[in-house]
Design a protein around this ligand. Structure first.
Ligand SMILES: [Zn+2]
Ligand SMILES: [Zn+2]
Length: 433
């Protein structure tokens, strides 16, 4: 089992929602009956059978979300996030499964650390968690981890995220190991000799503000390299948090050649441009940085046509002591689990840039498929992994309302539309607003 966490066996009837599962081809007003954590019946005016009844008239019921890119900061920085708080944040955001990134202290680079985390998640997690393991020991980029042993111990995949795998030869050998482990390799694409000292996209805004540039080429050069290595080895690769138009173009061409590459984009890169950085709010500093309108448009187009198959938050909690400092001193990273759907709904779906069905697919079935996880689906016999969405709901993002232990959100104080009102994960009601 890749995912660990408590399973449940709740008995619930969700009545009268607009049931929307774009992959199953369902869009209808239906009742959904959950018996012992499994979807038992879809239909009209279903018998409650003594189950708890949730009135969902006017709401959308969709497959719950899957986030393949979450920094749980555990072990090592439990002051910023724990398995319990991070997965509670995920539940509040409508997620039924998340994958945690191994750039912790210690790094998840051996089976013992991995087994310890999985044991804790089985006790503490609100939603099932999978743990990615490091590609290289200590994420130092030199020596591969024992990928076979880590896969056997339950690694959900491999990544050195936070850093690139600098040496092409090391990356090539890691890809060759894919054939043995069968687990996805996810890469943070950054050519650090081009991004050193970079704090914002290498463009007009950074120049005007006097911020060190982090140019698009710093990403796209590494994207091109990793796509070429995936092609040469015949192994799949997953590109994390794409931000630049040039990267999207490389990926598109690789797909045309038959390269098995997938990619994700984050809500912040989809919703914002580097114009927002003019505020010098440290909660707008992330790696890769926010880019231009042209880049954002390319990401949206790629998300629409499936070139980018997943929306991932890159939820990256930071303590106030670290983050509430001048822009250039602040670390990269923002939180996102509790705001992702609402941000995308407010900034992209309501204005007509993305269709709701596309968003639901790219937040659930898309990321699940990349990492070989079971697709959350609304079908009789499937485990209940559901999110109930109030598209008319409005709310203001407040730091004191987060389940996450950190509040470094780019949306603080913003009014959003679209609220997650209920999450069912692995058969258990884990969030109710
Ligand atoms: Zn990264
Ligand atoms: Zn990350």
């Amino acid at each position: 089992m890749i995912l660990v966490g408590p399973a449940g066996a709740d008995d619930v009837v969700i009545r009268g929602a607009r049931v929307l599962d774009p992959v199953e081809g369902i869009d209808a007003i239906l009742d959904v009956r959950i018996d012992g954590g499994t979807i038992a019946q879809l239909g009209s005016e279903l018998e409650a059978n003594g189950h708890r009844v949730i009135d969902a008239a006017g709401l959308v019921l969709a497959p719950a979300f899957v986030d393949p890119h979450v920094h749980l900061r555990t072990p090592g920085r439990e002051d910023e996030e724990t398995i319990a708080t991070g997965t509670a944040a995920a539940a509040a955001g409508g997620y039924c499964a998340i994958l945690a990134i191994p750039n912790t202290d210690p790094v998840v680079d051996d089976a013992e650390v991995l087994r310890g985390l999985r044991a804790r998640a089985a006790e503490e997690a609100w939603v099932p968690v999978g743990f990615l393991a490091a590609i290289t020991k200590s994420q130092a980029g030199a020596e591969l981890t024992e990928m076979g042993a880590l896969a056997a111990a339950g690694a959900a995949g491999f990544t050195d995220d936070g850093r690139p795998v600098t040496a092409a030869g090391v990356m090539r050998r890691a890809l060759q190991y894919n054939a043995i482990t069968g687990r996805m390799l996810a890469v943070h694409c950054e050519e650090q000799t081009l991004t050193v000292g970079g704090h914002a996209h290498g463009g007009v805004v950074a120049a005007e503000l006097g911020l060190g540039p982090w140019p698009s080429l710093g990403e796209s050069l590494m994207v091109a390299r990793d796509l070429d290595l995936a092609e040469e080895t015949g192994q799949p690769v997953h590109l994390m948090h794409l931000s630049a138009r040039e990267s999207v173009e490389h990926l598109r061409r690789a797909h045309e050649r038959g390269v098995r590459a997938t990619a994700e984009a984050t809500p912040h890169h989809l919703c914002l441009t580097d114009e927002a950085v003019r505020s010098l709010d440290p909660n707008l500093k992330m790696n890769p940085p926010l880019r231009t309108e042209e880049d954002r448009a390319a990401l949206l187009e790629a998300l629409r046509d499936g070139t980018i198959a997943a929306i991932a938050t890159d939820h990256a909690p930071h303590s106030p002591e670290e983050k509430d400092v001048p822009f250039e001193s602040a670390p990269f990273g923002v939180t996102g689990l509790e705001t992702s759907f609402s941000a995308i709904y407010t900034y992209l779906v309501e204005p007509g840039a993305l269709a709701l069905g596309t968003v639901l697919e790219r937040m659930s079935a898309g990321p699940a498929a990349i990492f070989g996880l079971d697709r959350p689906r609304i079908a009789v016999g499937a485990p209940a992994n559901l999110t109930l969405l109030d598209l008319e709901g409005r709310w203001r993002v407040r730091s004191d309302r987060f389940k996450s232990r950190s509040a470094n959100s780019w949306l603080l104080g913003k009014r959003l539309r679209g609220r997650v009102t209920l999450t069912v994960a692995a058969g258990r009601v884990v969030h109710e607003a």
